[in-house]
Write a protein that binds this ligand. Sequence first.
Ligand code: NAD
Length: 300
Amino acid sequence: MKIGFIGLGRMGAPMARRIREAGYDLLVYDINSAQMLIMQKAGALPAKSASMLATHTKCIILMLPDSQSVQAVVEGEQGLLATLQPGSVIVDMSTSNPLVTRRLGAALERQGSIMIDAPVSGGVGKAETGNLTIMVGGDERTYQHMIPVLKTLGYYIEHVGPLGSGHTVKVLNNLLSATHLLATVEVLSAGLKMDIDPEKMLKVINTSTGRNLSSEYKLPNFILNRQFDSHFSMDLMCKDISIAHDLINALKCPAFLPGVVTQLWYRANEKGGRGYDHTEIVRLYEEWLEMELKPGANRS
Ligand code: NAD
């Protein structure tokens, strides 16, 4: 089976590499020629455009930044729709807006192709080892057909509902993740003001009821050690939570936290600018605190 893969960034490159290493023929496309070269060295064939890629394969995976880029790749000039062969399957593994996904899925269906959404959770490390969580939305038979390919990428794979459901679960999960990172930084800041070492406080939280992924993993591995190298950008986090926030508003759900959480993340991103890792959200609080959140900071 020949797989087309579009979007060879921080996540897409290791995912595409795993598919190639599993023995599939791989055709790749990215607007970044340096990324294309890296994948060619890993044994993939290059395509000059999305539309050219679609003439050579009927199974295409997208791992793009957002719905805007997915729309450009599907509907834009030299996009997939121009040349897609009837019966093609498009798997959008990007974190996209579920409402846009449904619209694109309908356009592809009119042309005789099927789109499913299969966004992932877990960062670059899990993409490299094939241990991602994959949440799938869309036609059940197409999902079954894609399972062998998805298994090269993910450890836990769940079909969660109709087209757009994977993207819905993904953005809501990230809203939750963004919320507990903020909450954890806020309580550590209060502890610091009471002269408590953040590292010690974290150890107690992590054996108590307040523990969460941010307290157990993100704070020790990316923030307290001042590395800020989670490889998940603040731009992408802001994109995900704003999709979740807009969706919650459109559905008129009773939810009070997303508004505050979204504002804080956008404020941090405006200050940081492009290239900020999402774990640098702590810098917003440090500016207010006039102290850095690091081991022994209570003594400085
Ligand atoms: P990235 O910015 O590193 O990579 C995106 C790639 O898409 C880049 O190589 C870029 O050149 C390419 N691209 C953009 N527009 C294109 C177009 N029109 N045609 C062809 N290529 C195009 O992003 P990433 O970190 O790899 O994330 C990809 C997706 O996965 C995002 O939707 C993100 O929210 C999601 N995600 C990321 C992580 C993470 O830890 N980085 C984790 C889970 C999910």
